[in-house]
Design a protein around this ligand. Sequence first.
Ligand code: PMV
Length: 362
Amino acid sequence: MMEKDFLTSEYTSLKNKGKVRWKSPSNIALVKYWGKKKNQIPANPSISFTLDTCATDTKVSYQRLDEKTSGFSFDLFFEGVQKDDFRPKIETFFHRIETYLPFLREYHFKIETSNSFPHSSGIASSASGMSALALCLMSVEREFLPEMAENLFTKKASFLARLGSGSACRSIDGPLVQWGSHSAIEGSSDLFGIEYPYKTHEIFANFQDTILLVDEGQKQVSSTVGHDLMHGHPFAEQRFRQAYTHLSDFQTVLEDGNLKDFIKIVESEALTLHAMMMTSHPYFILMKPNTLEIINRIWSFRETSKTSVCFTLDAGANVHVLYPENEKETVYGFIKSELLQFCENRKHICDRTGSGAREQKN
Ligand code: PMV
């Protein structure tokens, strides 16, 4: 599918008002996206686990205006409170997607959204938030175009979510979503995420992700700034090639269920992401001393317990501890006894792989 396939020519019927609602999960990248081209096109392909517990629930009520507006007409409520500081993000998003959703200027929207995880937890809500909003807007469009094929609905939702926040395009499906053109992955595209199309070993079913909240503060560096710093980065080209190769290697790992190789790729990806931040200009460090303490403890525990626990990181200090379901008891015991002391007030979230966004009853 190409960009032009997401253009809408004419609506069969425009309704006066209605309400739609979606719950969309967060995702955690195993091969990371860091660096982008114009229009949110990724500099390299990536793959992620869709999460289950960490999610955004968004309700959109729409009401037809008497005449088209020059700007966009909407109100935004976050956890029941009107949030004007979130408006610019939505304005930018609407500007980016209006070519593909021409009804946007004809309606007033009331957007009510809430997260299942604490806002200041350091867990990025852009992936779940933007994908939930994109899905709601697609549901509105489907009310005007009831014949729309399911495949177009899903791909266009991912395409729109990408324009809100790159990684959001990987939150529509699950449990494994790939985004970014790759010659070995059929159907892969820079424009939207796809459900990983090949066989995966059963060990990856219900994979556990315990998120350790090391630092609940606001991020020092936004991902927009971080992506930009990959332009002219001394190691950018090598990094993009590495991600491409990691994704090729991942195919065998996912099929065979080889957790040793899985760990090698996943941990290397996490550390490379942070290495890119440490070697950009300006340079910065998002890991905290407790992040490193946790990583070292995971490494020693893995050695002595012979389990397959490993970690990955986002663009922040929190640690995602990954392990297969059949090791849950042992690894969670270790997390409680050794790792929670390094979290703010022992805060953590027990999550696992999930199957993607779901439409909700209003
Ligand atoms: O979607 P963005 O622009 O917030 O970028 C997310 C980048 C990482 O989370 C660090 C990596 C990834 O692939 O999700």
